[in-house]
Design a protein around this ligand. Structure first.
Ligand SMILES: Cc1ncc(COP(=O)(O)O)c(C=O)c1O
Length: 496
């Protein structure tokens, strides 16, 4: 039945003659502008292919390998035993009576349960998060940052980092026309940022990372982009992802210092997305924005406004389904902080199991506790394997002419540049497709490998990339890398 016929029918039945309240024409236009490549058309096709394979379809591959999303457990990574023991005990406290779990897991669970309303994880918590967990987060930050103090009142537990990032942006976006808030984000970027900015109707200000220098962040480029943006909006926020997604770079201390100086000069609010802070490989070192800010002295540490974000989703934990995270805010105006606290209270609280998971990350077993050695072994295994895979990825990709891969210094991704023959570009355009989308779709159809086209993250005009996670197990990753290289050769030959 057509929509018109349906409306007539409804009118006959006396229901309504005015059709749906909510249609694509009446929906919030900002929502239509939101794009999220990481779960876009390629992934939808991957799901379809998996279904076809299950139904016995004949394909040139026997399984679809998902290297599109930073979901470690989905790629076979095992959870950290201690974390799951405490979560199990908190979820079902009857287990505390049994001898199945080690004493340190039990005492941790008792302490956390005591902090929950009615001793149950089923109770709402304070909106900012359970107090003792915020204290543990603050102590963790102090240890991480060499003793620089952290105030639990400045910690907000969140539903993953995404929630805190969006909340902070909500506070920051205001104005109309030329006074509308502009938010500076790196290109390539993690699409949460562009999606949130579209949703909030903020102005996205792109600054480009320097691919020729391992995706480094160049202050001259920040200056260029802010100067241009001032012509049409009010730049107020600078977002940094370190270690980087999708580009896998780790910022040097000096670079961070320059960025902080720039933020002060330009009067920008800094948002530091540090969800990959333990994913740092080889000789690279993670420096938190908070630490560098305080080491720069009171001129900076008393003035520059900073929100930094962490999560249970990445690093060695990969517990993204639990939706745990925190944000630390520095130099926030006290009245704004009250507004922030009010805003987070509207959604009551973040999931209590996620908060507990966050606690375990910041307060993991200590050397004198029974679970320490297993914990360290499991943690080290994951991080060592990731470091190995980061090196392997760079090495194998760079053997193939037409694929250029920067070192994967951190995080869980590589974003290699691919040279596409002009005929392939033309062919993609004829079909109304962006060239790297066409490339990735062909790779999926022919090899069963699911990647995300670079266009989903933003890239310099005329360049093409894809993002691949380094999460498949080492042996599988080798095969995936070799298959991509072989595909690239075949694809290039086909269009030469
Ligand atoms: C840079 C970055 N920030 C934030 C997130 C969101 O993490 P969460 O699962 O904690 O919301 C991700 C997830 O991939 C990410 O890569």
């Amino acid at each position: 039945m057509s929509q018109q016929q349906q409306q007539q029918q409804e009118a006959v039945n006396g229901v309504s003659s005015r059709g749906k309240v909510l249609t694509l024409d009446t929906i919030n236009p900002n929502v239509k502008r939101v794009e999220y490549a990481v779960r876009g058309p390629i992934v939808q096709r991957a799901v379809q292919l998996e279904k076809e394979l299950r139904e016995g379809a004949n394909k040139p591959f026997t399984e679809v390998i998902r290297a599109n999303i930073g979901d470690a457990h989905a790629m076979g990574q095992k959870p950290i035993t201690f974390f799951r023991q405490v979560l199990a005990l908190c979820s079902y406290p009857e287990l505390l009576k049994e001898n199945t779990f080690p004493e340190d897991a039990k005492s941790r669970a008792r302490r956390l349960l005591q902090a929950c309303g009615g001793g149950s994880i089923g109770a709402y918590s304070a909106s900012q998060g359970i107090e003792c967990i915020r204290q543990d987060v603050a102590r963790y930050i102090e240890r991480r940052d060499g003793g620089i103090s952290s105030n639990p009142d400045n910690i907000y537990l969140s539903t993953g980092a995404s929630d805190a990032i969006v909340t902070m942006l909500k506070l920051l976006v205001s104005g109309e026309g030329r006074t509308r808030t502009g938010v500076m984000i790196s290109i390539p970027q993690y699409p949460l940022y562009s999606a949130a900015l579209a949703d909030l109707g903020a102005v996205q200000i792109n600054y480009y990372l320097n691919e020729d220098n391992c995706w480094s962040l160049d202050v001259a480029e920040l200056r260029r982009s802010v100067t241009e943006a001032r012509q049409h909006c009010n730049p107020r926020v600078l977002c940094i992802i370190n270690p980087g997604n999708p580009t896998g770079q780790v910022q040097s201390r000096q670079c961070i210092e320059e960025v902080i100086r720039f933020a002060k000069e330009e009067h920008l609010f800094l948002m530091a997305d540090e969800v990959y802070q333990d994913n740092v490989y080889k000789d690279n070192k993670f420096h938190s924005f908070k630490k560098v800010l305080f080491e720069m002295g009171p001129e900076y540490s008393n003035t520059v406004e900073l929100a930094s974000f962490h999560s249970t989703s990445k690093c060695y934990m990969g517990e993204c389904g639990l939706r745990g995270g925190y944000m630390e805010v520095i130099n926030l105006d006290p009245d704004v902080k009250a507004q922030l606290t009010k805003l987070v209270s509207v959604s009551l609280c973040s999931p209590v199991l996620g908060q507990i998971m966050m606690d375990l990350v910041v307060n993991h077993p200590q050397p004198d506790e029974p679970s320490y050695s297993t914990f360290m072994k499991e943690r080290t295994e994951v991080l060592t394997a990731l470091a190995e895979k980061a090196a392997l990825t760079e090495q194998i990709f760079n053997t193939t002419p037409g694929i250029k891969c920067n070192p994967v210094q951190g995080a869980m991704y590589t974003f290699p540049r691919i040279s596409l023959p002009q005929k392939a570009i033309d062919k993609a355009k004829e079909g109304g497709q962006i060239p790297d989308m066409y490339y990735c779709m062909r790779l999926l159809e022919e090899e069963g490998i699911c990647l995300v086209p670079g266009s989903g993250f933003g890239q310099r005009e005329g360049t093409f990339h894809f993002r691949m996670t380094i999460l498949p197990r080492t042996e599988k990753l080798k095969i995936v890398l070799q298959k991509i290289c072989a595909f690239h050769k075949k694809f290039t030959e086909e269009f030469s």
